[in-house]
Design a protein around this ligand. Structure first.
Ligand SMILES: NC(=O)c1ccc[n+]([C@@H]2O[C@H](COP(=O)([O-])OP(=O)(O)OC[C@H]3O[C@@H](n4cnc5c(N)ncnc54)[C@H](O)[C@@H]3O)[C@@H](O)[C@H]2O)c1
Length: 361
């Protein structure tokens, strides 16, 4: 049997912004087990974008409720502005859709908790928050090293995620809705650290995975971020309840391109992912010296992840297999991210209680 004759997952895509438009092309050209049946985006001009860039049989909806009711899909990919994720997910769960929703689920702990609880109440529906590093081949290779013990006992993770300066100031406008740099961006660093650090090992109280967090931040370039109590550079320290440590630096102000490096420290060795941010192996050597080009952004660095997560989602729905990460993973990461944002905004460390919740009075 060829792949084409196998049943495909009928999927509706919500949002064709920066990431959603990439998702749309991947769904049409690089997702053999998915049939994109509908696209929804209320933004004026989205219908034209869909007509010009996607096959004619894909239906366009400007109204999300209409799309949820009449798309003909059995699954949705929600790639919309963060603040719209929770209402869309809750309605889609109500209507019986399998759901893939971009990170973060929401900008606050209580809404995230509500969404995760609703997803858990429908275990027959798949629910995936596709943290892109988990679907990257290099990160997966390091996970294998960690799991087989090649690095010894892994005790700490150190990472950074540094965006190139954006002259359009997209993220300054985005900041009002994004939850801030630790929630929007840091959630990736938190998730990947949890992936490597075995944070549930050796716990006396399994509910409490974190002891305390602390964050600092600056507005080095984009001072308008102060209006939304946000930062363009942030530093975080997380102490997990089993003693493992995560530290990371987030930024929006690099001038050479995008850099995102993760170092995993074990007692026998360490592993570094993306220690070199060059886009390829070319060096230009001339009268200026030696120059390389930097990867421009996360969309380029994680291009393959955005294909691989959809592949896993389709396989798990169609073949009824478990996903490689759970709603709880997204929830645990969200609690730490929210605690760090609070810590930065209030200048205090945030401790976690015995229920595993951050104490943010
Ligand atoms: N590496 C990653 O995992 C990664 C990278 C980038 C963005 N994201 C996440 O993806 C989401 C989208 O980010 P973006 O940069 O593409 O944002 P964006 O603002 O460029 O696009 C969002 C789109 O959603 C549309 N939209 C808003 N409400 C809608 C609704 N109710 N129904 C349908 N469409 C709606 C908007 O009109 C817009 O076109 C965010 O939550 C972001 O955090 C994840």
């Amino acid at each position: 049997m060829t792949t084409d004759s196998k049943p495909k997952l009928k999927l509706a895509l919500f949002g064709v912004g920066r990431l959603g438009s990439i998702r749309a092309r991947i769904l049409v050209h690089f997702s053999p087990r998915i049939e994109l049946v509908a696209v929804c985006d209320p933004k004026p001009g989205s219908d034209q974008w869909v007509a010009q860039n996607l096959p004619a049989h894909i239906r366009f909806f400007s109204d999300p409720e209409e799309c949820l009711l009449h798309s003909g899909a059995e699954a949705v990919l929600i790639s919309t502005a963060t603040a719209t994720h929770a209402p869309l997910v809750l309605r889609a769960l109500e209507l019986g859709y399998h759901i893939m929703v971009e990170k973060p689920i929401a900008v606050d702990v209580e809404t995230t908790r509500q969404v995760v609880q609703a997803a858990k109440e429908k275990p027959h529906l798949k629910f995936l928050v596709p943290f892109c590093r988990r679907f990257d081949d290099s990160y997966r290779r390091v996970k294998k090293l960690v799991d087989e013990g090649s690095l010894g006992e892994v005790h700490a993770v150190e990472s950074n995620c540094l965006d190139q300066q954006d002259p359009t100031g997209f993220f300054v406008t985005f900041s009002a809705q994004s939850g801030g740099i630790f929630v929007d961006m840091g959630v990736h660093d938190i998730d990947i650290a949890r992936y490597y650090l075995n944070v549930t090992k050796g716990l006396t109280n399994p509910k409490k995975q974190v002891n305390k967090v602390f964050a600092l931040g600056q507005t080095a370039v984009y001072t308008d971020l102060q209006k939304t109590l946000d930062a363009d550079n942030g530093w975080a320290l997380v102490e997990f309840a089993n003693g493992k440590i995560l530290t990371f630096h987030l930024g929006r102000t690099l001038t050479n391109g995008f850099e995102s490096c993760t170092r995993v420290y074990g007692t026998k060795g360490s592993a570094v992912v993306n220690g070199n941010s060059t886009i390829d192996r070319v060096e230009v050597r001339d009268e200026h010296g030696v120059r390389t080009d930097t990867t421009p952004d996360a969309f380029v660095l994680y291009e393959k992840s955005f294909v691989q997560d959809l592949g896993e989602f389709a396989t798990c729905v169609l073949d009824d297999k478990p996903l490689s990460l759970t709603p709880e993973d997204a929830f645990e990461a969200a609690k730490i991210a929210a605690a760090l944002q609070y810590s930065f905004r209030n200048g205090v460390p945030v401790f976690f209680d015995e229920e595993g919740d951050p104490i943010m009075a």
